[in-house]
Write a protein that binds this ligand. Structure first.
Ligand SMILES: Nc1ncnc2c1ncn2[C@@H]1O[C@H](COP(=O)(O)OP(=O)(O)O)[C@@H](O)[C@H]1O
Ligand SMILES: [Mg+2]
Length: 380
């Protein structure tokens, strides 16, 4: 765990960090995001004391970094920068072994560990270990940079825009590698980026810095839903929520007031409800709880309109919970289904409904320009 307590720093007369307080839990990947010059790199460097804080304190698992011997502090922290920071005159293997040596890994174990590290970042050891950094592509160099940061098995890894210089495809591949590594190793990672998509993809929480202050620190979902201010909102962009269907919940897009009818009514009454609303199904409720669906097609075969509805209540429908994500709904719902998809609370209360056309309309929103979207009101 890392705790920033009221960390401040100035360069000459310019105050760059203005009292930053922030806690990153063990095993968490936090993205530090903000405009160029807002203090992201400066904040990272207060941790490994490449640029110590003027005031305030940073605790690593409860120990103030200012009190730790510098060599021990740096050994316990992996660091990846934009250009990889590999030694150009050392091979890939030598770059890794140097870190292992500093971490007091016995010489006999270093080569095997270097190979293991290369595999971890999806580089074939035999193919890459003897190459020099200049013989690698940008993406491969960053893979080695990531491997090196993990090499000494540090408690914390600092990453300063590690993928910013890469082309989008390579970048996406490295993001996938890092996400998998973080899942497997459970490392605490503080990751600087100026790319919101990257932050949303990788981070468990996102910290927005503006002019040396934290303006919002929350989960990607909450940041996308409710940006703290205009600065964050600009960063988030209006369409981004719609591009992340895992953050959109059934209750965000459902229609309220579905056509409903109580158990004990007649076939005729059900037909009237459907006719009135122009729908081909009606939801049967008792005390707010969904009991089933009556489909128009089932009633049409039957001629005794006064008969009770109860024999026609079907359990042949798909329902979703209010907090089921759009992603999950898309993944699981059979697109051949037609008709109503009831939205329920976890207590079984009927809250609203979805239809295939509501789902399709929601998915197409991500392709709208911000202008067309802001012309509407009342959408999320
Ligand atoms: N070594 C330095 N000397 C003087 N000013 C600096 C130094 N490093 C950074 N700054 C200034 O501090 C501010 C924050 O820089 P930085 O932390 O690098 O921002 P970011 O990483 O968010 O782009 C900038 O205005 C920058 O010019
Ligand atoms: Mg920077």
């Amino acid at each position: 765990m890392i705790e920033f307590q009221n960390v401040a720093k100035s360069y000459k007369s310019k105050t760059v960090l203005k009292g930053v307080s922030l806690t990153v839990q063990t095993g968490e990947l936090v993205a530090l995001i903000g405009a160029s010059g807002c203090g992201k790199t400066t904040l990272l460097k207060t941790v490994n004391r490449l640029g110590p804080a003027d005031s305030g304190e940073i605790l690593l698992d409860g120990r103030p970094v200012s009190q730790l011997p510098l060599a021990a502090l740096r050994r316990g922290i992996g660091y990846v920068v934009q250009d990889g920071g590999l030694f150009p005159h050392l091979t890939v293997e030598e770059n890794l072994e140097l870190v292992l040596k500093n971490a007091k890994v016995p010489a006999a174990g270093r080569t095997a560990r270097a190979a293991e590290l290369l595999q971890m970042v999806e580089l074939q050891p035999d193919e890459y270990r003897m190459l020099y950094p200049c013989q690698l592509s940008g993406g491969q160099r960053q893979r080695v940079g990531v491997a090196r940061a993990f090499a000494a098995d540090p408690a914390l890894i600092l990453m300063d825009e590690p993928f910013s210089a890469l082309d989008p495809l390579t970048r996406a591949e490295l993001q996938d590698t890092l996400a998998a590594l973080q899942r497997h190793t459970g490392k605490t990672i503080l990751f600087v980026t100026h790319d919101m998509d990257e932050a949303v993809k990788l981070a468990q929480r996102i910290c927005f810095l503006e002019n040396g202050r934290v303006v919002q620190y929350d989960t990607p979902e909450n940041v996308l839903r409710s940006p703290a201010d205009g600065y964050v909102a600009d960063f988030v962009g209006k369409n981004r929520l719609w591009g992340n269907p895992e953050f959109i919940k059934a209750r965000d897009i459902m229609k309220k007031n579905p056509s409903r009818i109580s158990r004990g009514r007649s076939v005729l009454q059900a037909l009237q409800v459907m006719n009135h609303s122009g729908v081909d199904s009606v939801l049967v409720t008792r005390a707010g709880q969904l009991e089933g669906v009556v489909w128009l097609a089932d009633l049409q075969k039957f001629k005794d309109y006064r008969a009770p509805l109860d024999n026609f209540i079907s359990q042949d429908y798909v329902s979703v919970y209010e907090d089921t994500s759009l992603q999950k709904i898309i993944d699981t719902i059979d697109y051949n289904i037609s008709g109503v998809i009831p939205v329920l609370s976890h207590k079984g209360e009927l809250l609203g409904y979805l239809t295939k056309s509501i789902l399709l309309a929601t998915l197409s929103k991500q392709y709208e320009t911000p202008e067309t979207q802001s012309e509407r009101s009342g959408v999320i």
